[in-house]
Design a protein around this ligand. Structure first.
Ligand SMILES: Nc1ncnc2c1ncn2[C@@H]1O[C@H](COP(=O)(O)OP(=O)(O)OP(=O)(O)O)[C@@H](O)[C@H]1O
Length: 653
């Protein structure tokens, strides 16, 4: 459920957002950011009050969570900040009181009722208070910047840790991705900002209470005027605070698209193509236009926010000036001393700034809390693929007997099932090739086996046990995989391979063996620093590899983990004919004792598998040995002949 404050801001606007013309791809189409409609603002006093109450309650409720985050980041700095805040709250009152003492002692010395020694004592006291003010200011800024640094690290780490727990589907939805982006980029600075506002509130409260007593003693009415005047400024602040949040939320997808456009032009892997098609200036222009629209919205908001709060703030200034005039007239009438005049003037000004400070701090807290709600919602998102309450312990030896039992799977939001009642069985140690046209569901089948998704219907059994009975993390340790879109880590060759099994990251002989098995050893040995050569060009002195060379490295990573199940999604798509031939010639040896599944579109390699599974539109169309499927003269035989024919046509004679 959405927390109160956020719901009130997003609830109505979130719904409307879908109906607007936010560009869908960012590559083409309109460049627009919706603006909040006036009718979103509550009109009558009752609903305004209700909304204010909701905001206040929501904000106050947010405080303990923020305090916890700050405490987690650094208990020492948190305590230091609180102590300085409490102390510095008293400083303005002390300063004002010393100013009074100084004036009174000066007047006394002029009138020969006091001595210059008294003035010197007060001056010394004043120095002490001013020095304390300076020191506490410096300590505050040290504590704040250190805490900010710690807080950013803590929150970014928590966001990373939580993201690594979340299910794959979470990253594939644009709404959740926007939430993740905001949690990662906006949220780290917000808790301290909220904490600072809260401490500012506390400090101001201390100053305020000590000063208000003085003001009430002159005129309760004036005290009331000073108290009430800043309220409009607060209301305008909070209104613009929620607008600012809403704007950031709406702009999140646009900012993401801008990042994407920028990466298309600035990342090595995209640069070739964008250059060839002459897309650079086009993308740069799209970036500029999206940026201009987002700047324009931001500009409007910043100007309106400041104009509005300054205009309302003038009310407070007027009240302050009235108080000063009143006190000055009282002093002229001889009812107050010059010192009293200085004290009361300072008190009046201080109460006024305190009250507006209280409201501003609260408005700041309110705004920060809205951003933090996004962080909390992200951190509260429960991973959908988790271990059962008491997971079945994984046997120490997994046979690798796999059975798909009427497995159906539909991607979230998709209309058609990617897999439809798929049933087949793979015996332990068997090698199975999965074939089918693009989009037939082959990769989906692999993702389900690795439990990156759960079937929408049916079950997958490993050695006779539904894989959902195991802890997915443990299950995955028994599977080694190479996906179609494997990762090219910007690290050394050894790291690129070693990451396949973290427990053997330092095991160089094993890494070299994995490279040999994937046919990547020869290239790695030719690198300037062999296995220690950095790959990729993002960091210093990286070596660029060819597509096929990268694929061999990814394969070596899959071999690095000695798991009983090996899953390879088009493992040789980028390999040259010889490398592919060599790999498949050795696959039987490489997959010795492991259940192996691979996807391939090349039937010369497919036929080497013990059994072949043909998928068509998410259904099992055929399953059997090459000979059986050829004899059946159906889909597989047709595809095989089609491809073989294309080669044979070219063979001379
Ligand atoms: N993350 C996803 N979200 C939604 N739909 C998806 C997702 N991934 C794949 N699909 C859809 O599921 C269907 C099966 O995709 P899958 O990747 O399993 O096909 P494939 O047989 O591996 O294809 P190819 O040979 O092109 O790799 C496709 O129609 C695809 O559009």
């Amino acid at each position: 459920m959405m927390p109160g404050g956020l719901e009130s801001v997003l609830g109505r606007r979130g719904r409307r957002r879908r109906a607007t013309t936010v560009p869908d791809s960012g590559l083409t189409g309109p460049v627009d950011i919706p603006e909040p409609k006036q009718d979103d603002e509550p009109k009558d006093l009752r609903s305004r009050l209700k909304r204010t109450r909701t905001s206040v309650v929501g904000t106050v409720r947010g405080l303990p969570k923020v305090a916890k985050l700050t405490w987690q980041a650094s208990p020492v700095l948190t305590v230091l900040l609180v102590l300085i805040t409490l102390f510095s709250g008293l400083l303005p009152t002390a300063t004002a009181y010393i100013a009074k003492l100084l004036l009174d002692s000066v007047v006394a010395a002029i009138g020969h009722t006091g001595t210059t020694g008294d003035i010197a004592k007060v001056a010394l006291l004043q120095f002490g208070v001013l020095a304390a003010t300076a020191v506490s200011g410096a300590l505050t800024s040290i504590a704040q910047s250190l805490l900010q640094e710690r807080m950013t690290l803590t929150i970014r780490h928590r966001v990373m840790a939580h993201a690594s727990e979340l299910h794959l589907a979470y990253f594939e939805g644009s709404t959740s991705y926007d939430m993740l982006r905001q949690a990662a980029q906006e949220a780290p600075t917000r808790p301290l900002s909220m904490m600072n506002s809260a401490l500012g509130l506390l400090r101001t409260l201390i100053t305020f209470t000590s000063m208000i007593a003085l003001l009430v003693s002159i005129s309760p009415l004036l005290a009331l005027v000073a108290l009430v005047a800043p309220i409009p400024a607060f209301i305008s602040q909070s209104k613009y605070g929620s607008r600012a949040f809403w704007l950031t939320f709406v702009m999140s997808p646009i900012k993401r698209r801008m990042d994407y456009l920028s990466s298309l032009v600035t990342t090595d892997t995209y640069a070739k193509e964008t250059k060839l098609f002459g897309l650079g200036p086009y993308f740069a222009d799209r970036f500029r236009r999206l940026g201009a629209v987002s700047y324009e919205r931001q500009r409007k908001l910043t100007v309106n926010r400041n104009v509005s709060s300054t205009s309302w703030g003038l009310l407070s200034t007027l009240a302050g000036s009235a108080i000063t005039l009143y006190i000055a007239l009282e002093a002229v009438g001889g009812r107050l001393t010059l010192g009293d005049l200085a004290l009361y003037t300072a008190a009046a000004a201080s109460v006024q700034t305190s009250v507006s400070g209280l409201f501003t701090a609260f408005a700041g807290m309110y705004e920060n809390n809205l951003y933090l709600d996004t962080l909390y919602r992200f951190l509260d998102t429960k991973p959908e693929i988790t271990a059962p309450p008491s997971p079945r312990p994984m046997p120490s030896t997994v046979e690798g007997h796999i059975e798909f039992d009427s497995v159906t799977f539909r991607y979230p939001g998709a209309e058609e099932a990617a897999l439809d009642e798929v049933s087949f069985e793979i015996r332990p140690g068997e090698t199975v090739a999965v074939v089918g046209r693009n989009g037939a569901g082959k990769s989906t089948l692999f993702k389900l086996l690795c439990r990156l998704y759960d079937p929408t219907g049916g079950r997958i059994l490993l050695d006779g046990v539904d894989i959902r009975e195991y802890d997915p993390v443990e299950l995955r340790t028994r599977i080694s995989a190479m996906f179609q879109d494997y990762v090219t880590y910007q690290g050394t060759a050894a790291e690129n391979i070693g990451l396949g099994d973290l427990t053997r990251l330092e095991d160089r002989p094993h890494i070299e063996d994995s490279a040999r098995r994937a046919g990547a050893d020869e290239r790695i040995e030719r690198l300037p620093r062999g296995y220690d050569s950095p790959l990729g060009r993002w960091f210093d002195q990286g070596v660029s590899l060819s597509g096929g060379e990268w694929q061999k490295i990814a394969l070596a990573r899959a071999f690095q983990r000695e798991a009983p199940i090996l899953v390879l999604d088009e493992p040789t798509s980028a390999l040259d004919a010889r490398a592919e031939h060599d790999l498949f010639a050795r696959l039987r040896e490489l997959s010795e004792g492991r259940t192996t599944l691979y996807i391939s579109h090349r039937f010369s390699t497919v036929r080497q598998a013990e059994r072949i599974l043909l998928l068509e539109h998410g259904k099992v169309a055929e399953y059997g040995t090459h000979e059986e499927l050829m004899a059946a003269k159906a889909g597989y035989a047709e595809l095989f002949t089609l491809q073989a024919q294309a080669y044979l046509d070219e063979v001379p004679g």
